[in-house]
Design a protein around this ligand. Structure first.
Ligand SMILES: [Zn+2]
Length: 286
């Protein structure tokens, strides 16, 4: 399969700022990556309702672009050339809307998984976004920077640790760290959403009464994450903490009527969250 076509998926206006998502392509994953250990009979019902197969998943990868206050900010950078042949085309997607890599003033990471951070470096291991300042949550940086992580993370994720460390070393001199609740730009605050990774961060963008949450992978899909936010997912490093985080974020999205921007949510990843008895639904006006 070739690269997904470059395109701008969706955008919304927040005050004078514009928030868009641009496609980095998609991933191909075995269903067990998420569904392993979930109750199969109930799972089958959720997946049937969502029209999602059990055995194979092809989630989109939606990089958020924020243009406002003189800044051009990317939230995550996609997979780059080395992760999967179906992903790694964020620069083509940006080019399609007239944004060049050198125009990016800041890169902010939700977390350091391959599909979010490996796109930092090109085929020659040079930084793609040469003029950018990089920003990452302190706990996320500390976890992946720790030389022991590769030995403690488990065999299945050891390559993630090696890949993250190599890329963080490449930007060590341009990195700024931030903590939970910190306003990293005017109107944009970091929201700790730990569990998918030890220091995963989401971001609340606020303009007057309008707000949006860049959730990263804290809400990682449009099916089980909303229908059964409390179910433990094999895709989360700390499944119990991730489930608690997911439930809290879903509740907050509904209570505060926030727009949701999810990295792996469909059709560009922008939508709303609705409460449905004891679960939630992801709603898109498309
Ligand atoms: Zn991801």
């Amino acid at each position: 399969m070739g690269l997904a076509p470059a395109r701008v998926w969706a955008e919304l206006a927040l005050g004078n700022a514009k928030v868009s998502t641009v496609s980095d392509g998609s991933l191909l994953l075995p269903g067990d990556f998420i569904f392993q250990h979930m109750p199969e009979v109930e799972l089958a019902k959720v997946l049937q309702e969502a029209g999602v197969p059990r055995d194979r998943l092809a989630p989109e990868c939606n990089v958020t672009l924020y243009q406002g206050g003189g800044n051009t900010v990317l939230f995550d950078v996609g997979s780059g050339p080395d992760f999967m042949p179906t992903a790694g085309n964020v620069t083509e997607s940006l080019d399609a809307i007239g944004v060049a890599p050198d125009d990016i003033t800041h890169v902010v990471f939700t977390h350091a998984h391959p599909d979010h951070i490996w796109g930092l470096l090109d085929d020659f291991d040079d930084p793609v976004f040469a003029n950018a300042t990089y920003m990452i949550g302190s706990d996320e940086w500390d976890y992946w920077w720790n030389p022991n992580t590769v030995d403690t993370i488990g065999e299945a994720r050891a390559a993630f640790a090696v890949g993250a460390k190599r890329r963080l070393e490449a930007i060590e001199d341009q990195i700024e760290r931030f903590d939970d609740g910190q306003e990293i730009f005017p109107g944009i605050a970091a929201v700790a959403s730990y569990g998918h990774t030890p220091g995963h961060m989401s971001f609340e963008i606020r303009s007057g009464s309008t707000s949006a949450l860049i959730a990263g992978d804290a809400i990682g899909n449009h099916h089980v994450a909303f229908h059964k936010p409390g179910w433990l997912s094999a895709s989360d490093q700390d499944p119990a903490l991730a489930a608690k985080t997911r439930a809290q974020l879903c509740d907050r999205l509904v209570t505060d009527d926030m727009t949701l921007i999810g990295f792996h949510l469909p059709n560009g990843g922008i939508g709303r969250t609705e409460k449905a008895s004891d679960s939630y639904r992801f709603i898109q006006d498309i």
